[in-house]
Ligand binder design. Structure first.
Ligand SMILES: [Zn+2]
Ligand SMILES: [Zn+2]
Length: 334
């Protein structure tokens, strides 16, 4: 058998875990993995046909299913204006964290910041329940490298709508983090911890929201909320809507919209998706030039994340926001 220091082959890494390992990985995403390369994903393996590694691993996916089922608890906990307001606020804050930090900072390094702020950004991103910062950035870099080819795990033209929207990341191939793709990030122990124990921050957020609801029930009973209601609206519903909005960029923004640039992929600019995802819908712009902190390249292209990043820069929390170069603007077809 392989020693601890032998790198597993790609096919070994992609093999689905046993049922027990799958359950353990709900809490420790590297449980049952061996050796220094534990948790590395076979991102480079051409997806020729549907192998075991490309099937949905339902045992591992239970937390994702429960997240959706939790929304139905609204039938028991009811609704109040304050619970809906908190759900909207949690959506907005976390959409900004995803696009500003997980995407434009960790995946593309389009601005700089301090190590302390980087950690806070990673925690905010992790609260979205879309895995850890290293996993997210590694998969996203892989997407840019292979967008809409047979190696892209979520190319809608190749795998269809549902798989590009959500099926892809429920497979054994996609569950692990490919540390080879994040050499600039993997040296930070705090980021590796968040990546390994990716359920910790979402669980803490759920507990906080429950506590907020319970507190309001005590000090402001006229608001009509309580712990369970705040948990369902602020965490479950908000997180599920946030998730499905995020992944429209994989499933819809590679299908519907305009192509300002002749990129090698099928990416589109879509104003509706840009509103929903705080600027990510300018996806054709972004695929043509991913190195800019701004994705709405023109003044009328609403890019809420860009406005937020400028605000953070004005406060001195981030700096060196990379602009859109003039040659990029000059290459636009329309
Ligand atoms: Zn894309
Ligand atoms: Zn990107």
């Amino acid at each position: 058998m392989s020693s601890r220091h032998t790198l597993p082959t790609d096919s070994q890494r992609a093999r689905p875990p046993g049922a027990w390992a799958a359950v353990a990985r709900w809490f420790d995403s590297q449980a049952g993995a061996e050796g220094p390369a534990a948790g590395m994903a076979p991102g480079d393996v051409p997806a020729a046909g549907l192998s075991d590694a490309d099937r949905i691993d339902w045992a591992r996916a239970v937390p994702f299913v429960l997240l959706h089922l939790g929304c139905f608890a609204v039938l028991w906990v009811g609704v109040s204006p304050v619970a809906v307001a908190v759900a909207l606020l949690m959506y907005a804050l976390r959409m900004f964290a995803l696009t500003g930090f997980y995407h434009r900072y960790f995946s593309h390094r389009t601005f700089r910041t301090s190590r302390a702020a980087q950690f806070v950004f990673a925690v905010l991103g992790a609260s979205c329940a879309q895995r850890g910062p290293l996993w997210w950035a590694a998969h996203h870099r892989h997407h840019h490298r292979h967008a809409d080819t047979e190696r892209d795990l979520h190319a809608p033209s190749r795998v269809g709508f549902w798989r590009s929207h959500m099926g892809w990341f429920l497979t054994s191939r996609a569950f692990a983090t490919d540390l080879k793709r994040v050499p600039d990030l993997r040296g930070y122990a705090e980021l590796r911890w968040l990546d390994r124990y990716d359920v910790a921050v979402p669980a803490a957020l759920g507990a906080l929201l429950y506590g907020l609801g319970a507190l309001l029930a005590r000090v402001a009973p006229q608001l009509g909320t309580d712990g369970p209601q705040m948990l369902v609206w602020g965490f479950f519903i908000s997180t599920v809507v946030l998730f499905h909005a995020t992944v429209t960029i994989n499933s819809l923004a590679h299908r519907y919209g305009r192509r300002r640039y002749d990129t090698r992929d099928d990416s589109r600019n879509n104003a509706w998706l840009a509103l929903l995802t705080f600027g990510e819908g300018w996806h054709n712009n972004h695929h043509f030039y991913p190195g800019s902190a701004r994705q709405g390249f023109r003044a009328h292209e609403i890019d809420i994340t860009w406005y937020g990043l400028r605000l953070l820069a004005a406060c001195g929390l981030i700096w060196d926001l990379k602009p859109v170069p003039a040659w990029v603007l000059a290459k636009a077809k329309e």
